[in-house]
Design a protein around this ligand. Structure first.
Ligand code: SF4
Length: 253
């Protein structure tokens, strides 16, 4: 149901503090990695963070959050804490990056797939490593594999575009300081292609039948479309009119 609202009807979503903070931290690290390795210190990270915060000024998402002064300060301070934790997890001057915020496109049958990789680097043996920063909490053991499925997809994109399978994929949880690592294999690549094909078939079927079902779970708490979701007593047919109106009201507030 959320896929119908977001990707088929393309309804606007209200920004969230969590997502906007994640973008700020990613931007800070992106700016940090524009410096030569020897200059990637906590001092230059602070400058990068200040520059990324200054960029927020012109960002409509930031305006729509309507944070008061105290909330803005807490937001910026918390984002900086995540950058400091990043420094506790690894030394950025030792990273041999070959791409930051790297966009990759690949074709699987009729499907055009696209992803943006936070960082692609070389390990000490010259192998490719995909790294993804996460600003939320690390998942419990039960959810580790499903979280890694996202980076396995990035690994699949790398192999399709660059012709080499990455030697490792990593999720860096900046909130908790944990890193999850997985080694892509023939089996994981096969799983990704099978899964992509199955998901696309399900999307086509749902589009043909108009049958998009809600699947309530933990993500409902942060879903922008809960108001129109039948699982919460909402009417999906009202979303196309009411979702843009809601964003308009937020902008005018
Ligand atoms: S509220 Fe939950 S079930 Fe409904 S659309 Fe959002 S994520 Fe899906």
């Amino acid at each position: 149901m959320a896929f119908r609202f977001a990707s088929i009807e393309r309804l606007p979503e209200a920004p969230s503090v969590h997502m906007t903070k994640g973008s700020l931290v990613h931007r800070t690290l992106e700016l940090l990695f524009t410096r030569p390795p020897g200059e990637r210190t906590i001092g230059t990270a602070r400058l990068a963070h200040d520059a990324a915060v200054a960029e927020l000024g012109g960002d409509p998402e930031w305006e729509l959050l309507h944070l008061d002064d105290a909330a803005q300060q807490a937001f910026v301070a918390d984002a900086w804490e995540l950058v400091e934790r990043y420094f506790a997890m690894e030394d950025p001057s030792a990273i041999r990056e070959i791409g930051i915020e790297l966009r990759l496109d690949a074709q699987v049958g009729d499907l055009a797939l696209r992803g943006i990789i936070d960082r692609l680097e070389l390990d000490e043996d010259g192998g490719l490593v995909v790294t993804d920063y996460k600003t939320g909490r690390s998942p419990g053991l039960r959810y580790e594999q499903s979280r890694l499925a996202g980076v396995h997809f990035y690994s699949f994109l790398c192999e399709s575009v660059l012709g080499r399978r990455p030697s490792a994929i990593r999720l860096m949880y900046l909130r908790t300081g944990e890193t999850l690592t997985a080694i892509p294999s023939e089996q994981s690549v096969r799983f990704i292609t099978t899964r992509i094909t199955a998901v696309w078939k399900a999307v086509e079927r749902a589009c043909t039948n108009g049958d998009f079902r809600p699947r309530p779970g933990a993500l409902c708490a942060s879903c922008s479309f809960q108001t129109w979701c039948p699982a919460f007593g909402g009417d999906p047919e009202r979303a196309a009119i009411e979702a843009p109106l809601r964003i308009g009201q937020l902008a005018a507030a």
